[in-house]
Design a protein around this ligand. Structure first.
Ligand SMILES: [Mg+2]
Length: 312
């Protein structure tokens, strides 16, 4: 029997989250575990409750979408505390990257049980720091992808709209943001190399996907000890639409204006040569204003029941 902290998000997947939370609790209780409910009224309050309780629990289980997985990461990364994820969101990029089932509570709980019995995987996380990183979690960890260009503006708008859901939400947000786009100016310092450019897309990938399954960095691995910096040069609005279309299949990487560079550490700073960068997002959550410094923390997170392929 284990003592499990559990956090559920009643608003994930547009209301179905509440029902999934109840189901998850019931499934976990069947295993005879002691459940400590750490859900509070907000992301920040649940985070604070989990941080206080983390020495009293054997694992933390989060139920919901990427926002909940992102919360779990803040509590468990760079600590011995394992994380269980019951994916019940509209995107679930982190769970998908960990080979965890989506919207299947009994299957997810079975994997958590296996994890508690010893089947765990240690995966890399990204760690973001900077004065603009939003409290209460600073520095901030992320599991999937950090965005700081038009991809961040899209993520920001996607978070505000409730319809459509899933991948269509990201598409709707893209069409909303493109008319507002002007090329951003950015100074990049990546593993000691430094340059300035104008750009559309700036992302740092730990996993392959963002925005509900869009393969921004198809070659990324969550266990290879490095991140990928994905950059797209400044381009016309029509070309951005084409680029986003290709992003659905991951074929944007064949465009010569797109560069994907392996990095261990990268600094992203706004530069006056173009429009100001929008606030950065990661795992669908607001991270804060640039400049930010991002680095990989290899094998920093223990995940219950995850199945991740070894890097190619
Ligand atoms: Mg990697």
């Amino acid at each position: 029997m284990s003592t499990l902290g559990i956090i559920t998000n009643p608003t994930s997947a547009s209301g179905r989250g509440a029902r999934w939370g109840v189901e998850a609790r019931a499934e976990l209780a069947k295993g005879g575990h002691r459940l400590l409910d750490l859900s509070r009224g907000s992301w920040a309050a649940s985070y604070e409750a989990a941080m206080k309780a983390r020495r009293d629990i054997d694992a933390l289980v989060v139920v919901g979408g990427d926002g909940m997985a992102h919360l779990g990461l803040q509590v468990c990364a760079e600590r011995r505390l394992p994380l269980g994820i019951i994916a019940a969101g509209s995107g679930d990029d982190i769970a998908a990257s960990l080979g965890l089932p989506r919207h299947d509570i009994p299957a997810a709980v079975r994997l958590i049980e296996e994890g508690l019995a010893g089947r765990t995987t240690r995966v890399d996380v990204g760690k973001v720091d900077g004065r603009g990183v939003e409290e209460p979690a600073r520095p901030r960890y992320f599991g999937a992808v950090l965005s700081a260009g038009i991809d961040a503006a899209v993520a920001s708008y996607a978070r505000q709209i409730t319809f459509p859901r899933g991948p269509l939400k990201y598409q709707a947000a893209t069409f909303h943001e493109i008319p507002r786009y002007r090329p951003y100016g950015v100074r990049i310092k990546a593993d000691g190399r430094e340059w300035t450019q104008t750009c559309t897309l700036v992302a740092v990938a730990n996993a392959t996907v963002f925005g509900g399954g869009l393969p921004i960095s198809p070659g990324s691995s969550i266990v290879d000890g490095h991140l990928e910096l994905a950059l797209a040069e400044a381009m016309s609005r029509t070309d951005i639409i084409r680029l986003f279309m290709r992003l659905q299949k991951g074929t944007h990487v064949d465009d010569p204006r797109v560069r994907i560079v392996p990095v261990r550490q990268v600094e992203i700073t706004p530069d006056p040569s173009g429009a100001p960068l929008p606030p950065a997002f990661a795992d669908g959550e607001l991270i804060g204003a640039t400049p930010v410094s991002v680095k990989v923390v290899p094998h920093a997170l223990t995940v219950l029941g995850a199945a991740v392929a070894a890097p190619a």
